[in-house]
Design a protein around this ligand. Structure first.
Ligand SMILES: Cc1cc2nc3c(=O)[nH]c(=O)nc-3n(C[C@H](O)[C@H](O)[C@H](O)COP(=O)(O)OP(=O)(O)OC[C@H]3O[C@@H](n4cnc5c(N)ncnc54)[C@H](O)[C@@H]3O)c2cc1C
Length: 440
């Protein structure tokens, strides 16, 4: 077992950290305040090989699965909102890759990123006002009308919603079949009947555009159904006949693979807050609390901030929590890349823990710094706001716990069966031995 990053991974981490420090951080406060999409940073990311098809290919080339989580953590160290603006189109690309035919993938995935100087965006639209965690209850409908599909409904909280060049929209073809009656469709920018609804003004990740999309009798060509008509008809037939599809477990397995990336993203925020606080305390910027000195003359309040035991306790705990979460993230990413099934919910564990660490660490570090941390001059204020989203999206913390507990129960039952099978196998020769002994 080797926990060290290799030279290539270390070099990649230094490169992304450099980009985050030199290109992302200088404009982070501006895009946060304006809630604007940082097109110029996305373009620079492309130039640095951190955006687009080539970048996606590179992420898939690392046998340890570390490139993706290194990039996520370091870009989020720069600014979570900008990092999501850079990587958000990947959701649509993943949706296309999961459901599209090879021809559809080849045609639409490049449209989620653009080529050369041109920046294009993708959006993956599932969530609706009544259906986020509960995806089987989608109400957006897709109805076939001659050689077109007609989409109707409203999607909410969609990253790049309304500004994307390609919207991958999940809609129901037969609501009675729950998630098995659903299919994914490509809706291109400018299609009549597609429009952006309310743009959300969020507590954090404000440089990442989040909006409603409204589909009003939106007509798209038949070929925009991902996977094609035959595949959909077979799926609907199977669902109607009650035959199992295994799709729910496939979807669970896919989420387990993508969640370490979300976990790494949350850790980037926690790491940024931790490093900044270390520097702040090292510079002696924390004023001594006169009340604490007065209350206890033997207290360490008069010492430099980094020598005060109260601060040391907090810093040690924050560092430990970040390391623990990072190990979960790295293990899950490594398992995923090496084809080891994440049947214990290891992907969800890594996302759950990292989201919690980001929220807890930013709040706890604010407590160390004191009132200054609540002002816009202190970067902890932004990291604290950015962190919360990681308990809310890509599966809320409650949903992660449900998934983990179900997977753990299933794995435990499997282990019991295996143990019983081993015990039965072990008993067999013994029985044979005693029979032959008796016979002799
Ligand atoms: C910034 C942002 C970007 C997003 N981007 C996208 C995107 O690009 N595409 C997209 O499709 N969606 C996106 N979403 C939506 C996001 O994935 C959903 O908001 C999330 O899945 C929660 O679903 P919901 O809003 O329906 O909340 P609900 O499911 O209604 O949850 C409300 C509360 O109830 C809890 N809860 C729900 N079910 C259970 C249960 N069974 N047991 C225990 N507790 C439960 C939840 O944990 C939560 O605390 C985004 C959201 C945000 C905030």
């Amino acid at each position: 077992m080797d926990f060290a990053l290799n030279d290539e991974q270390l070099e990649f981490r230094a490169k992304v950290r450099g980009f985050a420090a030199d290109v992302i951080r200088p404009v982070a406060a501006k895009h946060d305040a304006e809630e604007s999409t940082p097109y110029e940073v996305i373009k620079a990311a492309r130039e640095h090989g951190l955006h687009g098809i080539e970048y996606m290919r590179r992420m898939g080339s690392d046998p340890d699965g570390m490139f993706g989580i290194i990039a996520a953590e370091e870009l989020h160290w720069g600014c979570a909102g900008i990092a999501l603006a850079i990587s958000g189109s990947g959701l649509a690309a993943a949706g296309l890759a999961a459901s599209g035919t090879p021809e559809q993938i080849a045609r639409w995935v490049p449209e989620c990123f653009g080529a050369g100087d041109e920046i294009k965006l993708g959006a993956y639209a599932v969530t609706e006002p009544q259906a986020g965690s509960d995806v089987k209850s989608l109400r957006t409908t897709a109805r076939r009308d001659g050689d077109e599909w007609v989409l109707h409904g409203t999607k909410v909280f969609i990253t790049n919603g309304g500004i994307a060049d390609v919207h991958v929209v999940v809609a129901t073809v037969d609501p009675a079949l729950g998630h098995r009656g659903q299919a994914s469709f490509v809706v291109e920018k400018g299609t009549p009947g597609l429009r952006q609804g309310k743009k959300e003004s969020k507590i954090g990740i404000r440089a990442s555009h989040t909006a409603e999309i409204v589909l009003e009798d939106c007509r798209i060509p038949l070929e925009n159904l991902l996977g094609g008509m035959d595949k959909l008809e077979r799926k609907l037939d199977r669902a109607r006949s009650g035959e199992s599809s295994g799709r729910a477990s496939n979807a669970l397995a896919t989420f387990e693979l993508t969640r370490p990336i979300v976990g790494a993203s949350a850790l980037g925020i926690a790491q940024a807050a931790y490093e900044w606080t270390l520097g702040y305390l090292a510079n002696g910027a924390l004023a001594v609390d006169p009340l604490e000195v007065a209350l206890d003359e033997s207290s360490s309040a008069g010492r430099p901030p980094l020598e005060r035991q109260g601060n040391q306790q907090v810093l040690a705990q924050v560092a430990t929590e970040i390391e623990a979460a990072r190990l979960l993230v790295q293990r899950a990413a490594w398992m995923g890349r090496n084809g080891i099934p994440l049947t214990g919910g290891q992907g969800s564990m890594s996302k759950l823990k990292s989201g919690q660490v980001a929220v807890w660490a930013t709040r706890t570090l604010m407590d160390v710094v004191g009132p200054h941390a609540s002002t816009a001059e202190c970067p902890l204020e932004k990291w604290f706001r950015d962190a919360k989203i990681y308990e809310l999206f890509e599966g809320t913390a409650e949903i992660q716990r449900l998934v983990i507990s179900r997977m753990q129960v299933a794995e435990y039952a499997e282990r019991l069966l295996e143990a019983a099978a081993i015990a039965a196998e072990a008993a067999e020769p013994q029985l044979g031995g005693s029979v032959s002994a008796t016979a002799s």
